[in-house]
Design a protein around this ligand. Structure first.
Ligand code: ADP
Ligand code: XUL
Length: 540
């Protein structure tokens, strides 16, 4: 019997999934999850993020992630017999960076199993707070890096994305400019993923090519650091970056700390990756043709790409996929937290929120552009919710928000060029079937829920299994690894309503006109709205 552990350090929580694979038998042995705000309140985060006056700044404490890791491994060792653990891997929110000083190497290698992890690593940080993916404060640095490497198209062609504020390169450059002494004291710049893998292995871990492609620093074709981008970021970044590794690389074994403290074996630590690459595996998307929509803190749309088809509109990203191919990804910042804001203003529970969707006719609430925070897709730097043809009625607002979010996902992911007939839905909000019905109607696709809700943690466990099985035997295909874990539940299928889909195809044009207007790129959409209303007046 072999057990595999997948961890997921997301924006708001740490989750774990333990799976067993023996012969053809497959089962989920244990799942656990806890929210940072609740379990570690002393870090004073809100939804996992430190409150800040500037809406563009988003930081989290890396010590909180480390303390959560210690807590989780302790709990799992209580829950189950961990002696059969063969390999562990992880998933982490993408782009966030952890800055370590030169003492880290020694501290990681000599952790005392008798003392909590966090107490021993307090002094290894050259920056106490880590910028995370919600940070949008680096517009200037994006422009500088873009200019230095020869323009937006070149940066996108080489790294898979134009410069984005949250990407690690622009964030590193900002720190280099704003805090030169602290930057100089930095020995290693990790991603959240490679930082946590380093804590497990007791030595600096590599960055995998999936998470590495979210940095504006890696050459997608060669999977190596791209020297021009590295030099455009800071003067000496090459010596501070960890190495890059294929997504199935082993970066060490669980260190003596975990073995002596909780009784873990010297299980292989497989390089960690980003949550979106891990979710790709955890939703079973190991071949091109289907997409998944994840509605966690961020809403994301992604799918496998055999070739890196870079988005010429500059909206989406191409990342390395854990399978060795590529993945297309489009990210929306105002996802679950926007839904929560609207739910809270209307004083609703989630069941009441669902009821509002179900009881309100399509498009009745108009269009809501939910830019409570600066938005990634489309690029909105100054926050502010925009509403078109909407009323203050709580029910219609809820439906309008959900419709607008789904239409935005449909329109802005079309660059991926995938004929969408089936969507695998994941993330916390995928529990909500009324939201998924709107998704099905907007995309005109069948939507499925998955057996294991946390696809990022499951994907990490499956990546650990895949790497371990391929290291110790003949090569095992991805289909065999994910089989039995990621098939969508047939009974969960939500079919699109043909009439509503036809209506949404037209409403999507109205939405696009509203978005263009809000972005200052289009005229007043009132006429488009009136035309739509005249056409569909008696439709519902
Ligand atoms: P992350 O992995 O980014 O931390 P999760 O995938 O765990 O996020 O999703 C958490 C989010 O799920 C919460 O912020 C909450 O808004 C949302 N959520 C949970 N239950 C529901 C529900 N029934 N309907 C809609 N959203 C929900
Ligand atoms: C991906 C992105 C988010 C984070 C947080 O580019 O910014 O999806 O990974 O989950």
């Amino acid at each position: 019997m072999a057990l595999y552990l997948g961890l997921d350090s997301s924006t708001q929580s740490l989750s774990a999934v333990v799976i067993e694979i023996s012969g053809s038998a497959r089962r989920v042995v244990q799942t656990r999850s806890f929210a940072f705000d609740e379990v570690l309140p002393h870090y004073r985060t809100r939804h996992g993020v430190l409150p800040h006056d500037d809406p563009k700044v988003a930081m989290s404490p890396p010590q909180m992630w480390a303390e959560a890791l210690d807590l989780m491994l302790g709990q799992l060792a209580n829950d189950i017999d961990v002696r059969d653990l063969a390999a562990v891997s992880g998933s982490a929110q993408q782009h966030g960076s952890v800055f370590l000083n030169a003492s880290a190497t020694q501290v990681l290698a000599s952790l005392d199993p008798g003392a909590p992890l966090v107490a021993q690593i307090r002094d290894v940080f050259s920056r106490e707070e880590s910028p995370i993916w919600m940070d949008s404060s680096t517009t200037q640095e994006c422009a500088e890096i873009t200019a230095a490497v020869g323009g937006e198209a070149e940066l996108a062609r080489r790294t898979g994305s134009r410069a984005f504020e949250r990407f690690t390169g622009p964030q590193i450059r900002k720190f280099f400019k704003d805090a030169p002494a602290a930057y100089a004291a930095t020995d290693r710049v990790h991603l959240v993923s490679s930082f946590l893998a380093s804590l497990l292995a007791g030595q600096h871990a590599a960055i995998d090519t999936g998470d590495g492609s979210g940095m504006n620093l890696m050459d997608l074709a060669s999977s190596q650091w791209w020297t021009s981008a590295v030099r455009a970021t800071t003067t000496d970044l090459e010596v501070k970056l960890p190495s890059l590794a294929v997504p199935w690389a082993c970066v060490g074994t669980l260190s003596r700390y975990w073995q002596s403290r909780y009784g873990y074996p010297a299980a292989s630590v497989i390089v960690w990756s980003g949550d979106n690459p891990c979710s790709l595996i955890g939703t079973g998307l190991v071949r091109e043709g289907r997409i998944a929509v994840s509605m966690g803190t961020s809403d994301t749309v992604f799918g496998v790409m055999n070739e890196p088809r870079v988005d010429e509109s500059g909206t989406g990203h191409v990342f390395g996929s854990p399978t060795g191919a590529f993945m297309g990804l489009t990210v929306f910042q105002n996802g679950s937290l926007a839904r929560e804001r609207v739910r809270d203003v209307a004083h609703m529970t989630w069941p009441q929120f669902s009821q509002s969707i179900a009881s309100t006719p399509p498009t009745a609430g108009g269009v809501i552009l939910p830019w409570f925070e600066p938005e990634i897709t489309p690029n909105v730097r100054v926050r502010g919710v925009r509403r078109y043809a909407s009323s203050d009625d709580g029910d219609t607002v809820v439906r309008a928000l959900v419709e607008s979010q789904q239409i935005a996902m449909m329109l802005h992911s079309s660059w991926m060029n995938v004929d969408v007939d089936t969507i695998h839905a994941t993330g916390g909000a995928a529990a909500n079937r009324e939201i998924l019905q709107v998704m099905a109607d907007v995309f005109g696709a069948d939507v499925y829920q998955l057996e294991v809700a946390n696809s990022a943690a499951l994907g990490a466990a499956l990546r650990a299994a895949h790497a371990h099985m391929n290291a110790s035997g003949p090569s095992v295909r991805w289909e065999e690894v994910v089989g039995g874990f990621t098939e969508p539940r047939a009974s969960s299928r939500i079919r699109p309503d043909a009439h509503r889909h036809a209506m949404y195809r037209e409403w999507a044009k109205v939405y696009a006109a509203c978005e263009a207007h809000a972005l200052g790129r289009g005229s007043d959409p009132s006429a488009a709205i009136a035309q739509f209303r005249a056409r569909f007046r008696d439709a519902e």
